[in-house]
Design a protein around this ligand. Structure first.
Ligand code: AGP
Length: 612
């Protein structure tokens, strides 16, 4: 996720650069590791971009002092290439006449970059975005005007994009285009036109907004907008008038960031599956070549480790020892053998215990480190031999949810790559699993469409003081994460256990009305789970089960169910980890709201625990 803001106006004496910088600052919740602005000024592009937050970049007016009567800015959340000036947007063509800002992921950028390089184009960054201005440059060299050049250029892009394009020698308009990544247009008719990745960018300036649909392009003139399909057909669409407050707009109209971010999960999972992770191969091979593999993290990230390690064992037949990062040194007590690998998972990449664990393993035992991290350039990435960047984007809510789901998806992609390299799965099988992983995102979309049912259950159970979350196999990770979510934002006491373990003590707590959540995908653990459900029910437990929409046996034993709308397809069933935890994250959100708590800012918690 990145923040984009641009404007073009016929008003005179407008501080265009300052308005763009202010618009970007309203979008810094979408990304803040670097920023830049480009203005068209009398046949030239005036550009300034740097690593860091906008307030620091602009401390001597470096952005506000740019001259020009229209242009665009970008505040970045790095996915390809660390946060540096070169990698920050806007990106330019060879001649420095075309400025492009982009939000999204170009999946085929390596191939495009290779071909452009062969044709003599020179690149200055490591980003996927930089291929776009060079593609447009070629089209213009062949005689296209800017609008046609952008139309033709984006047709060869695969993946998600929201872009804004300015050309030094096209002084009367700029072009925007989008596919999957959001892009909105604001307008003061007859005077000024704005564009932004979210409505908050221009809300203080106008409440009139056009929403672009996928594969649409728009020509922005001062106070005038023309929308077309990528095939050039004109689209007749009126603007809407936005009623949101600024705060509500930052949350995309949601009451809380957490709800907005939960609704981003399907798209983020798709992007994670499609992420051209050149590192997945190196990550997989490093694990395969090691004699001992550990996986470590804290909190929600640790439960992603549990799901991920299960998938690596299931698909790659490699056993991984999971150790909480705060326990890492004590658990291993100098006993890390030669040729070890530590996998570390972290949303922030700054969790002190996680960073300390990998530094200990690396510096004292020469262990290799493979990390799954959401923040490019974070501390953990600097101690890692291989890094997989999750596609979650900035996660504002303290309680992690979209990061968790992309972490599990990333580790599943590694597991599939190991299976392929070891010959357990052929290319066709791996492709079937990747298609199933994309279907997981569709299932999550359907869960969202039916979330009112989860809301009703959340409100029904929200006041219960104690819960068990029970599961077997890979679903134990979902049980742990579901219990943590309920604990950390709704403040209900909740414990997760291996269902088979519950009769070795925990069942003593069960009495009439005690709620037990079972996570029960139709996998190899299902039949054994039925007995655990019956044990709890026999002692008065209230059974809330997360089951397949076609489930019958456990459904019959349950007081309430959350149906997961997937087919009876062995491929998708073996990827149940995200589908079966997702409704539990939603359940916790609605329980917290029903109990009158702020799910974005739970008491006593911090987004990143940078102390040991
Ligand atoms: C997130 O829901 C939790 N509040 C917390 O446990 C978090 O997962 C943990 O602190 C690890 O953070 P990290 O992923 O940034 O390393």
């Amino acid at each position: 996720m990145c923040g984009i803001f641009g404007l073009i106006t016929k008003k005179q004496d407008v501080p265009v650069a300052r308005l763009i910088r202010e618009g970007l600052q309203r979008l810094e919740y979408r990304g803040y590791d670097s920023a830049g602005v480009a203005l068209v000024n009398d046949g030239n592009i005036e550009l300034h971009k740097e690593k860091g937050k906008i307030v620091d970049i602009n401390k001597n007016g470096a952005l506000d002092n740019l001259k020009g009567n229209f242009g665009v800015g970008h505040t970045r959340w790095a996915t390809h290439g660390p946060p540096t000036a070169a990698n920050s947007h806007p990106h330019m063509d060879c001649k420095g006449e075309i400025a492009v800002v982009h939000n999204g992921i170009i999946e085929n950028f390596q191939e495009l970059r290779r071909k452009l390089t062969e044709r003599g184009h020179e690149f200055k960054s490591e980003t996927d975005t930089e291929v776009i201005p060079h593609l447009i440059e070629e089209r213009i060299a062949e005689g296209d005007d800017l609008k046609t050049a952008v139309m033709n250029a984006v047709k060869v892009l695969e993946g998600a994009f929201g872009i804004v394009v300015c050309h030094a020698h096209t002084p009367d308009y700029m072009v925007v285009a989008r596919r999957e990544s959001p892009l909105t247009i604001g307008i003061t008719p007859g005077e000024t036109t704005y564009c932004g990745s979210d409505i908050p960018a221009f809300l203080p300036l106008t409440r009139n907004a056009y929403i672009l649909d996928d594969d649409e392009i728009a020509i922005l003139k001062p106070g005038e907008v023309d929308i077309f399909t990528l095939d050039g057909e004109r689209v007749e669409r009126d603007y809407i008038t936005v009623q949101w407050s600024i705060d509500a707009a930052e949350k995309g109209g949601y009451d809380y960031f957490m709800h907005k971010e939960l609704h981003e999960v399907p798209q983020k999972v798709r992007e994670q599956v499609r992420m051209p992770q050149e590192n997945i191969d190196a990550f997989a091979r490093t694990i395969m070549e090691a004699e001992h593999v550990y996986i470590t993290a804290a909190g929600t990230a640790f439960y992603a480790c549990l799901a991920g390690k299960f998938q690596v064992t299931r698909f790659g037949k490699i056993y991984i020892q999971a150790i909480l990062c705060s326990e890492f040194r004590d658990a291993l007590e100098d006993a890390i053998p030669e040729n070890s690998v530590v996998i570390a998972v972290s949303q922030s990449g700054e969790t002190a215990d996680t960073v300390e664990a990998v530094r200990y393993a690396r510096e004292k035992f020469n262990a290799k480190v493979c990390s799954v991290v959401n923040v490019v350039g974070s501390s953990l990435t600097r101690y890692s031999d291989h890094v997989i960047i999750t596609t979650a984007g900035p996660e504002i809510a303290v309680a992690s949810q979209k990061a968790y789901n992309t972490q599990v998806t990333a580790l599943t992609m590694v597991a599939l790559r190991i299976a392929e390299l070891k010959g357990y799965l052929d290319k066709e099988e791996v492709q079937k699993y990747k298609q199933a992983a994309l279907k997981v995102a569709d299932v999550c979309d359907e869960i969202i469409e039916n979330e009112d049912h989860i809301k009703i259950l959340a409100e029904k159970y929200a006041k219960k003081p104690n819960f068990y979350f029970l599961a077997r196999g890979v679903s134990l990770a979902a049980a742990c994460e579901g219990a943590l979510k309920l604990k950390e934002i709704s403040y209900n006491h909740a414990e997760a256990y291996a269902a088979g373990e519950s009769k070795h003590g925990p069942i003593a707590l069960v009495e009439d009305g005690f709620p037990i959540v079972f996570i029960a995908p139709p996998d190899s653990t299902y039949d054994r789970l039925i007995g655990n459900v019956m044990e709890m029910k026999a002692r008065g437990g209230i059974i809330l089960s997360v089951v397949s929409k076609d489930d019958e046996k456990i459904k019959e034993l349950s007081d309430d169910i959350i149906p997961i709308p997937h087919d009876d397809d062995p491929y998708i069933i073996r990827l149940s980890a995200v589908m079966y935890v997702f409704p539990l994250q939603i359940l916790a959100y609605f329980a917290a709201v029903h109990n009158g708590f702020d799910p974005d800012k739970p008491r006593n918690l911090a987004k990143s625990v940078t102390v040991k």
